[in-house]
Design a protein around this ligand. Structure first.
Ligand SMILES: Cc1cc2nc3c(=O)[nH]c(=O)nc-3n(C[C@H](O)[C@H](O)[C@H](O)COP(=O)(O)OP(=O)(O)OC[C@H]3O[C@@H](n4cnc5c(N)ncnc54)[C@H](O)[C@@H]3O)c2cc1C
Length: 381
């Protein structure tokens, strides 16, 4: 039973229409051309769903995490890359919203509902799962922090108007020596490297970024110096919920496509849906996707209730269950559709390529199991 009020149901109905009429028709093309869907992003901004979590005072709709989770799911059902626009935006925005000063929020948040883009920049070539191994460093100098270093794989990196950058301010203190800053697109010393060529999620941009003596005004620090790691972890918990929602949508989209095809595909004189082998696959695909959806909504409810002792575990579990399921379901959808499923004329091969990323980013599924296990053991102490 999903508890949404009338206004929330209206938002979701608008999102469904946008997904069907504006997002779906472009999904194959942006994948093929490896193009960022500018028009789709503009449509999201015009309809108030580019940054739904943003409170109304900053121009957003102040959505709950549950509603945002459903919005991501509806868009990912037809195009996972387009759903990633909303996810990257939220990832970049959340540390500012949660921990920024009033001034910083007033300066940077309102634009994010109107069409400016944010990005979350943590990963470096030598620091992926082991994020504390990062080398980027900002040193305080007069009224500025001077930032040097580099980042990689950053979603929306080269198109973002603002980057939430994590780096050390005092590497000798480890996690307690990390800080977070807002870096604007125009800052001198922000150098763009290559945009990656990817297996899937090709309608999204992933960039290398180089920081060459960037002078960041001291007031652009997010929250307290030395608290960046805590802000990063808080945002990552939520980002794992977003990834789970994207995975549920992707799996549902593959179910929609393969069911539709199977009902029409005749072999041995009957639709292949009359074959028990196909029926059993479908039953598993639907059952596991419904289970993943419930876990995902449950994680969203924990965040909405600010149930701090449950958020990290619930988001990690939802992320690895939903993305492992999306990988299996999209692979099975290709199998159900046989040779046609393998062809780029149908969307399921794209969905299968897109699903793989969700097992990797915002913390790999191996790391998600580590995080969940730590939380389980902690709660037993
Ligand atoms: C398309 C894409 C978009 C991304 N977007 C962003 C973004 O916007 N911002 C950002 O900051 N980052 C982003 N990332 C980075 C992403 O979060 C990392 O790729 C991810 O955390 C894994 O790091 P890695 O690639 O360095 O893999 P590694 O950390 O090198 O891992 C390699 C393998 O070793 C395993 N492994 C590593 N350590 C352990 C361990 N302790 N126990 C068990 N297994 C382990 C991993 O699970 C994996 O299988 C993105 C990545 C991709 C591919």
């Amino acid at each position: 039973m999903i508890e949404l009020d009338q206004e929330q149901r209206m938002v979701l109905s608008t999102v469904r229409n946008i997904a069907r009429e504006k997002v779906k028709p472009k999904a194959a093309e942006i994948d093929e051309k490896e193009e960022f869907p500018w028009e789709t992003a503009t449509t999201f901004a015009q309809n108030g769903i580019l940054t739904p979590l943003l409170p109304e005072e900053f121009g957003g709709i102040g959505s709950s995490y549950l509603l945002f989770s459903m919005i991501i799911e509806e868009i990912a059902r037809v195009c996972a890359s387009s759903a990633l626009i909303l996810i990257a935006q939220a990832d970049g925005m959340l540390p500012i919203l949660h921990s920024g000063t009033g001034e910083l929020k007033k300066k940077y948040l309102p634009g994010l509902s109107k069409g400016l883009f944010a990005a979350f920049a943590a990963t470096e070539p030598g620091a992926g799962s082991d994020i504390l191994y990062m080398r980027s460093k900002a040193s305080s100098k007069g009224g500025f922090y001077v930032l040097n270093g580099q980042k990689c794989f950053i979603t929306n990196g080269s198109i973002a108007d603002i980057l939430t950058v994590f780096c050390y301010t005092d590497p000798s203190k480890g996690a307690r020596g990390m800080s977070a800053f807002v870096v604007e697109k125009g800052f001198r010393g922000l150098v763009y490297g290559k945009n990656e060529k990817k297996m899937g999620m090709r309608g999204s941009i992933n960039s290398e970024l180089f920081f060459e003596d960037i002078a960041i005004p001291a007031e652009n620090i997010i929250g307290q110096e030395g608290s960046g790691f805590a802000y990063m972890m808080e945002a990552l918990d939520r980002s794992r919920l977003f990834a789970a929602s994207q995975a549920v949508g992707l799996a549902q989209g593959a179910i929609d496509e393969s069911l539709d095809y199977a009902g029409k595909r005749v072999q041995f004189g009957s639709p292949i849906t009359s074959l028990q082998a196909i029926q059993f696959m479908m039953a598993d695909m639907v059952a596991m996707t419904e289970a993943a959806r419930l876990l995902t909504y449950e994680a969203a409810r924990h965040i909405d209730a600010d149930d701090k002792s449950m958020i990290t575990k619930a988001c990690a579990i939802a992320k690895f269950i939903a993305s492992d399921n999306a990988m299996k379901v999209t692979t099975d959808a290709v199998q159900i559709m046989g040779g046609y499923g393998y062809m780029r004329d149908f969307p399921v091969e794209r969905m299968m390529r897109d699903a793989k990323l969700i097992q990797i980013y915002t913390g790999t599924n191996q790391i998600m199991r580590l995080v969940a296990a730590r939380e389980i053991l902690r709660s037993q102490r």
